[in-house]
Structures are given as structure tokens and as C-alpha cells.
Design a binder for this molecule. Sequence first.
Ligand code: FIX
Ligand code: ZN
Length: 424
Amino acid sequence: MMPLHMNTQPAIAMDRMDAAVEEVLASTAFIDIHTHLFSPALGSLGLWGIDELLTYHYLEAELFRFSSITPDQYWNLSKIQRADLIWKTLFVENTPISEAARGVIAVLNALNLDTSVTSLESLRAFFCSQQMADYIPRLFHLAGISHAVMTNDPLDPEETALWNRGIETDSMFPAALRIDRILNQWESHHAILASQGYVVDAAARGSSVKEVRRFLSVWIQRMKPLYMAVSWPDAFEFPKDDLRTRLFREAVLPSCREFDLPMALMIGVRRQVNPALRMAGDGMGRADMRAVQNIALEFPDNRFLISMLSRENQHELCVVARKFRNLLPFGCWWFVNTTSIVEEITRERLELLGTSFIPQHSDARILEQLIYKWRNTRRTIGPVLAQQYKLLIADGRQITREDVQRDVNRLFRTNFENWIHRAD
Ligand code: FIX
Ligand code: ZN
């Protein structure tokens, strides 16, 4: 009798496994499910080039550890002066061995630029001469991605002004509707909704819930997002007798169900622990997973993408995801996007969840970062995945290239496509 599934390819030998996994990872285009990049149509919001790369908030935080400049003095400099200072401090006077600093080196190297210049002028000239129409596909190719999902804020005045003029959806840059200002900053934003004709009040009572749903519908139809998203502090609780719980339960999740959208929860950020550092001043803390568990239990008809910011929450997230099929863990976010921690998180996810998760997103804010963030991901995750196959071979199962390709597709493409109920 013919076997139901005939795997025609030869088994991969144990000593070829690292290379085979590396090849499959290199030749598969990933979907980058969370970035802060913008499509060319929203171009004035998009960041790229050496000055943006160097003034990335991860590097600004590091600058203050190596230079005696005060935050006030730093913010008084121009963008070019800030970039010069960061280059001199972190790349000339010190060795750029941190994850964020090394990333800039990897980008310059991938673009065949000199990684040890003492002045940034030649680099500036290179970046200024790029034409977005060719440059973006080149960067996507170097990063090995097919799509970069944006983060779109319907209450950001600059961004909404552009959307209101009518933006064509861009298949390389799908949208994600980010609603932090509604769920976390209602106090300072309800008046803006009211000024746009939505009948809402400070306490989110009366018609507020209905009107927030109307607001979300308008923006869902305008942006055509793949999911809705919010970041929450480590201290968030659910359920709680508060405004956030009411808006989440009665407005946001019903809208997700109505439009068949997953909800992404990014949990653990302590915003502005050091406000003088501006964007570099956000911190983090361990969250109580009981809140996530309660959400998963109360809303079986919603699908959630979940990323936790603290290392201490990662194992618990795997265990909760084993209990609730409506949770899909994703990414190693921000402070846990470092080689050693990505390795650990990915191993525990593979061990506890098989391939039923999304290993990484880039969180890129500056176009060229796609290169180093995805290069790091492939380099770190490859050996971890290969190790799982080697254990499986040792335990008695052959692995073929087809198996590896199927798993890589799931991890970096189809788990997401299935979760958003769309396949290209
Ligand atoms: O909330 C987020 O989406 C975070 O990723 C950002 O706010 C953060 O500043 C960041 O860029 C982390 O990588
Ligand atoms: Zn982000």
C-alpha cells in the first residue's frame, strides 16, 4: 500500500542540518508582522538613512552611558549633530559591540559601505542618493522579507492628515490599527474624538462605547488593517472596574469580531521611567499572566497575538498558549530582542509549542534596520531550529528539506496568514 504522504526527498544528515536550515531560512521571504515603518505613500513619516539609524532611541539610551552630555544638551543639538556625536562616541571612541550598535555596522556592511569612517559625510551622500522606488525593494530583498506591517495610529495628527487625503493601500506595507491612545490615554484623547463628531465623554459612559466602535469602523475601512494592536504596562489587570476594561470588552473586541481581525497585545512596557530621555526613556516590568489568561478565557471568539516584554514572562506565555488556542505568541520584543534571549525564548517556544507561534518581528523604525534585525533573527534562530531536528533524528525520525521548508513557512509566514484569515 502507498503511504498517505510520500516524502520524496532524502533525509538530511545530522552534520548537514545546520547548513540545510540556514539555506531554507535564507531562501524564504518572511512576513514582518510588526514594524514602525511606513509605506512610500505615508513617506513623510518614514525614517531612513545614516542620521536616523544613529539617532535610533536604542542608541540614544546607550550614548548617555558613554558620554557626559546631558539629555537637555543632547536635545538642543540638530539631528546631524546628534548623529555625529553618537557615531564618535559609540563607534569611534568605543567598540560597537552592543546589539543596537552592531546592527548599524551590519547595515553599512550589507550596503558595501565603509564601517570605520571617522566622518559621516560619505555615508550621508550614499543614503541621500537613493531613490525609494528601487531602494525599498532592495532593502526587502537584503532583509529577506515580502511584507512589513506598519503601525498606524488613527489619533496621530500627522498620520491622520495623510490618511484623510486618501492613501492607496500598499501590498508591501499592510496596515495595523494601533489604539494605545484609546485604551491607555482616553483622558487626553476623548476630547479629540468629540471634536470629530463622536459623542463620547471623559468617563466613557453613555454613547461612548457605541461611538468608539463607530470610530474604529471608520478607520478599519480606511486603513484596511490586518489586526488591531495595543501596548500595555506590566501592571495592567484584567478584568478591572475601569475604563480600559470597559472599552476593551465592549468596543474594541466586538469590533475585532465584526471585522474578523485579531487583536495584538504587547504587554510589559513602563512608559517614560526616565522622561528626560524621551523615547529612550521607556522601561519594562514583569506582568501578571493571570490577566492574559482571563482575557483568553473570556473571549474565545477573538484571536490574540501576544508578545511579552520581560524575559520572566516568556515561559509563562508558552504555558498559557498551550491552554488557549486563541493565543498566538509572537516576536521577541525590544529588550528581549537580543541574541542570548532570542535563543532562549525560541528554544522554549519550540519545545512547548512546536511550530505554533511566530518567532520574530523586526520592530524596525528605520528602513535599513530591516537588514540587521532579520539577519540577526536568521543567524540566531537557525541553530536553535536545527538543534530540535537533531534531537528528533537522534530519537528516530528522519527529516527532509520539505519538512524544514514546511516548518519555516509556518513560523515566518502561514501562522500569521492563517491568524489574520488571509493568504496571499
Ligand atoms: O510599542 C511599541 O510598538 C514599541 O515597539 C515601541 O514603542 C518602541 O519604542 C520600540 O521601538 C521598540 O522596539
Ligand atoms: Zn513596536
